[in-house]
Design a protein around this ligand. Structure first.
Ligand SMILES: [Fe+2]
Ligand SMILES: [Fe+2]
Ligand SMILES: [Fe+2]
Ligand SMILES: [Fe+2]
Length: 372
């Protein structure tokens, strides 16, 4: 499953093996959540650059290499900024010296952009070696030093990163988390992300007062909202081809699940002779049409198209749930026991699936231990 995801992101077996080796020999392992994740991601980007530089025989594609190097510069800058904020927040005494090192590295890489444009193979090959050497040296020496300081001073990093993520000052996407999990076998970054998703879901749920009070429908709505929150986070970290791919994957998943949800609602409405069934189904249909049109338009590389799509999804869902879906409850509120029995039958007949994660989310938000 994880490997499938990595493959669909274009992370090759060779890169994965290289990362595993670096991790197990301690070359890039600091045992700091998020920092380890970013180091792993950075090495993966460098490996991709190395492959592009090596595989092409005499015909190195300078444009592609330039694009990949820019991606490395972007992500390294993002990573360095995080480290600098972190060491500053915890009063690391060597903060300024560390920051200088980052600055020189970025400046050096910017200067190399012109070498690449000229397609000089030797200088490209030495650049690849330099990137890997500098990074592993820097992690083992300078980064390890601030790690030791943070450990010595008992700094609460999990809480620090949670706050950063909830303020949108730090973004971690599923692709990065998946690679980190695969290499390190750890799950704490996943936990930080799900904490953040949960608090956002609860905020949306309460602010817009979305409870419909029909358990299966609330459960599915909560799941949809959590998907949208995740998309919202992902849309803010778009920029590389990999992230675009993961975003498209999550969008497709969200749309499929919306259809599954509409199905459930429509079954319940039909079964209990809901008066406004036709109008409600029409709204569901126009939603599917809107999303499909948007998907067609936004399949390019424009990150703004992605965040617009997420905004639309959110707006539509919130207003539809708040008005139309609430009306289902108003009409059926005297038959809730029968509705529950009907839902249980659907589940038993395998026509409706409730996953454990969805049940957990529902219990977490609604505080009820049983449903369906
Ligand atoms: Fe550093
Ligand atoms: Fe670092
Ligand atoms: Fe709904
Ligand atoms: Fe609905």
């Amino acid at each position: 499953m994880e490997n499938e995801l990595l493959q669909s992101l274009g992370i090759s077996e060779a890169t994965e093996q290289k990362l595993r080796a670096l991790w197990t020999t301690g070359g890039i392992r600091l045992d700091l959540p998020v920092i380890d994740l970013q180091h792993i991601w950075l090495v993966a980007l460098i490996q991709e650059f190395a492959q592009a530089a090596g595989e092409s025989g005499d015909a190195v594609d300078p444009d592609r290499l330039k694009h990949l190097l820019l991606e490395i510069i972007d992500f390294a800058t993002e990573h360095f900024t995080l480290e600098e904020q972190l060491t500053n927040a915890f009063n690391y005494p060597e903060h300024t010296t560390h920051k200088q090192q980052h600055k020189h590295f970025i400046e050096f890489l910017r200067d190399r952009l012109s070498d690449i444009k000229q397609g000089n193979r030797d200088s490209i090959a030495s650049l690849v070696n330099f990137l890997m050497d500098w990074l592993t040296m820097h992690i083992q020496k300078e980064d390890k030093q601030y790690r030791d300081y943070l450990v010595r001073t008992n700094s609460n990093l999990t809480k620090y990163f949670q706050t950063m993520i909830s303020r949108h000052e730090l973004t971690v996407d599923r692709a990065q988390a998946a690679l980190y999990n695969a290499i390190s076998g750890k799950s704490e970054v996943g936990e930080i992300i799900s904490e953040n998703i949960l608090s956002n879901v609860i905020r949306i749920w309460n602010t817009h007062n979305l409870a419909v009070h029909i358990p299966i429908i609330d459960l599915q709505h909560l799941w949809l909202i959590s998907m949208i929150v995740e998309l919202d986070i992902a849309s803010k970290t778009l920029g590389s081809t990999k992230r675009q791919k993961i975003f498209n994957k999550v969008v497709t998943g969200a749309i499929l699940y919306t259809q599954e949800h509409f199905n459930t609602e429509e079954r319940i409405m039909k079964k209990f002779g809901y008066k406004y069934l036709t109008g409600h189904i029409k709204q569901h249909q126009s939603f599917i049409e809107m999303v499909n049109n948007r998907k067609g338009e936004g399949s390019g590389d424009d990150p703004r198209a992605a965040s617009h799509l997420v905004e639309d999804l959110k707006e539509w869902l919130v207003s539809h749930i708040g008005i139309e879906d609430r009306n289902i409850y108003v009409a059926l509120k005297d038959n809730l026991t029968e509705v529950q029995a009907f839902v249980r039958d659907l589940i038993n007949e395998g026509r409706l699936t409730v996953r454990k994660k969805q049940l957990d989310l529902y219990n977490e938000v609604c505080g009820i231990k049983k449903t369906g």
